[in-house]
Design a protein around this ligand. Structure first.
Ligand code: NAP
Length: 271
């Protein structure tokens, strides 16, 4: 539904008040649930959301690591859980809503990767990675989305990958590429289904960033050379270089953005 702009005496639209950058990306009052928050990118997303004023819910399996991250996020709620378990997913969303009374942002970040040639990849291992990176994301988003749809507002941010957009070639990872490619188009599909009901769904496609997942590759000289050669900026991403994308998609700064796929990759997808 569009509303006609208010016009000045000359017929020009009256400009909206210009917000401060802090107000634009403010998450005060929002409840932000981050999966995979016990380390890596997820711990950073939780800290960034908390610094923007959000009340954060942290989810992952390792309770001690989760408690350490929660200690740095004022008012955070840590919910140890396995996102591949239906019972845990239901408990996670119920606990978050019971504790904070609402749910505004879901960051689907929990995930894993496995490098193995397709000829040697066990179909059962393929299925379990797709379960974690895609099917469980759908199932959790369905639960969280129901709350958001009932509220009439919400934002889902899916952490996909550049390998959801292109193949990784000499770094064989069929299950990861398939799951992240599926996540990219799941993002578009849910965005289209929920666009008129106040719930936005977008994806970030990170390039290479230091984390437990990538330590074997980026701490290895030939691995980091491989990454740097394929990345137009000639380097992997630094810890804070996903902050802006996360805040943009989580906040009202992106109120007219849904179904978008945002690469944060040093130009990886540009070539
Ligand atoms: N780092 C990169 O360069 C990069 C690039 C592109 C995309 N990504 C994506 O970014 C996301 C985060 O990756 P990362 O690099 O930060 O990896 P990471 O350091 O390995 O962190 C993965 C997180 O997921 C959690 N997790 C794994 N399985 C889980 C399960 N069954 N239930 C609940 N939590 C689970 C882990 O916590 P527990 O072990 O405590 O459960 C951990 O907190 C992933 O989706 C990854 O595909 C990363």
């Amino acid at each position: 539904m569009s509303t006609a702009p208010t016009l000045t005496a000359t017929g020009a639209p009256v400009p909206e008040a210009v917000p401060t950058p802090a107000a634009l990306f403010d998450l005060s009052g929002s409840v932000v649930l981050v999966t995979g928050a016990s380390g890596g990118l997820g711990a950073r997303f939780a800290s960034v959301a908390a610094a923007a004023g959000a009340r954060v819910v942290l989810a992952a399996r390792r309770a001690e690591r989760l408690a350490e991250v929660a200690a740095d996020c004022p008012g955070a709620l840590a919910v140890p859980c396995d996102v591949t378990s239906a019972a845990d997913r239901a408990r996670l969303v119920d606990t978050a809503v019971e504790h904070f009374g609402r749910l505004d942002v879901l960051v689907n970040n929990a995930g894993a990767a496995r490098v193995v040639p397709a000829t040697e990849e066990d179909p059962a291992d393929f299925a379990s990675l797709v379960d974690l990176n895609l099917s469980s994301v759908f199932a959790l988003t369905q639960l969280a989305g129901a709350r958001m749809l009932a509220q009439g507002s919400g934002s889902v941010v899916n952490i996909a990958s550049v390998y959801g957009m292109v193949a990784s070639g000499s770094l064989p990872q069929a299950a990861y590429a398939a799951s992240k490619g599926g996540l990219v188009n799941l993002t578009r599909e849910l965005a289209a289904q929920w666009a008129r009901r106040g719930v936005r769904v977008n994806a970030i496609c990170p390039g290479w960033f230091h984390s437990e997942m990538t330590t074997g590759m980026l701490d290895d000289e030939s691995g980091s050379t491989w990454v740097n050669r394929r990345t137009p900026m000639g380097r992997s991403g630094s810890a804070g270089e996903l902050d802006g994308a996360l805040l943009f998609l989580a906040s009202a700064a992106s109120s007219y953005v849904t179904g978008a796929v945002l690469p944060v990759d040093g130009g990886y997808l540009a070539i």
